[in-house]
Design a protein around this ligand. Structure first.
Ligand code: FAD
Ligand code: EPU
Length: 343
């Protein structure tokens, strides 16, 4: 029998600048890409005691030092329709597909359900990791199942919605099962008879400007792309990883107290009678918006986004985030939690 080995594809001392949207110049001791489960298995035979990191688009990571282990970049491609009827379509995607390309593929084929999630950077495989969400939709709303490679046993396990334990920017893969699985494919339950979700205020406003009364999924996608492009920095121009912190979920009393002292903080209903506050507003009120410390800082249009203008280190960004957390604690009594994965 012929045995194929892919280990020669492992590169050493690789600069990660183009593999993370913050544009941080860290190095990986060893780095390789895989485009199938077979390649992945072969590469994992090279795994020793050193740490392992799976990388998609690198749009939700902050490298704070060189990575002294093996980084495997996911390039598993392929989109297939598993089942369809007159109302819905079950679509399976390789986890290495680019998320926005997958959304455009669906919108282009009049398949609905993820148009509100247009222009989110990263890979399909990372979409369930933190249950990506934007403009009134989260992955859990359209999720059917995923397949994941169990690193310890080499088995492929299937996870349904319940098993993923989705929450706001959360899943079981960030907690109980952290670093145990490599997601190889994700299957979504999407629509042919569309349910248009234009409830998010900014979308309504944009559709009005576009003079659209009865929006299609393409209109929603266009509106979301326009809104996002107008306030979030493009990582190709300014290094960033989107929202650096999660929006804090707090009790009603906390909101009332902030409103007494600081005025009307934007807030949204959360489960169990709690309230989600706009962290961007808190950071903005605290005076951080647009603050620049040499080559890095807080974005001038969105205070929730920390930015690398040119050549800062991951430590610089991490230190800045710590200063912001401490300041928000002092001013509002709220402890912000980082959304970005600190490596
Ligand atoms: P990476 O950064 O490569 O990885 C993130 C984490 O997931 C790492 O811990 C990694 O090890 C793990 N991982 C990745 N792939 C796999 C896999 N196949 N199997 C196992 N583990 C894996 N997020 C939102 O939710 N909503 C937004 O609106 C949003 N807007 C953004 C805007 C900008 C400009 C940017 C830069 C980011 C934004 N993000 C947003 C964050 C980011 O796009 C998402 O978290 C995205 O899903 C990350 O995908 P990725 O492939 O780049 O993940
Ligand atoms: N705001 C300010 N000042 C700021 C930023 C925001 O006052 O500097 C106010 C806005 O005016 C608005 C409110 O805060 O009233 C919320 O702002 P926005 O609509 O921009 O959304 P967000 O809560 O800051 C969240 C997600 C984004 C997602 C958008 C749209 C989190 C952590 N962030 O941002 O996700 O795209 O909603 O749904 O939940 C990401 O996760 O990386 C991300 C970009």
């Amino acid at each position: 029998m012929i045995s194929i080995t892919f280990t020669s594809m492992i590169e050493r001392n690789v600069n990660l600048k183009s593999y993370n949207t913050f544009g941080i110049e860290a190095k990986a001791a060893r780095f390789a890409s895989f485009s199938s489960v077979e390649e992945l298995v072969s590469l994992l035979t090279e795994l020793d005691e050193d740490p392992l990191l799976i990388l998609g688009g690198g749009s939700n990571v902050l490298f704070t030092s060189d990575f002294n282990g093996l980084i495997l970049r996911n390039e598993i491609r392929g989109i297939e329709i598993l089942h369809e009827n007159e109302n819905e379509v079950i679509v399976k995607s390789g986890s290495g597909e680019v998320w926005h390309d997958f959304v455009m593929h669906c919108v282009g084929n009049d398949i609905g359900g993820i148009e509100n999630l247009s222009l989110i950077p990263g890979s399909v495989g990372a979409s369930p990791m933190q249950n990506i969400g934007a403009y009134g939709v989260e992955i859990k709303d359209v999720f059917e199942s995923l397949e994941a490679f169990h690193i310890e046993t080499g088995e492929i396990h299937s996870f349904d919605t319940t098993a993923c334990e989705f929450g706001y920017r959360e899943s079981v893969f960030k907690h109980k099962l952290k670093n145990q699985y490599i997601i190889t494919s994700v299957t979504y339950r999407l629509t042919k008879k569309h349910i248009i979700n234009a409830s998010y205020g900014a979308i309504e406003t944009e559709l009005e400007k576009m003079k659209i009364d009865i929006p299609t999924i393409k209109n929603i996608s266009d509106a979301v792309i326009f809104i996002r492009s107008s306030k979030l920095p493009d990582p190709n121009e300014i290094g960033n990883a989107g929202s650096f912190f999660k929006n804090p979920v707090v009790d009603q009393e906390v909101v009332a107290k902030i409103q007494e002292t600081h005025g009307n903080v934007p807030n949204y209903p959360a489960p169990n009678g709690q309230v989600k506050l706009a962290a961007g507003w808190l950071i903005d009120q605290a005076g951080w918006k647009g603050k620049t410390l040499g080559s890095y800082g807080v974005h001038k249009l969105q205070a929730l986004v920390l930015v690398n203008y040119s050549g800062c280190t991951g430590e610089n960004i991490l230190d800045l985030s710590t200063q912001i957390i401490e300041d928000i604690e002092t001013k509002f009594g709220i402890t912000l939690e980082r959304e970005v994965n600190i490596i």
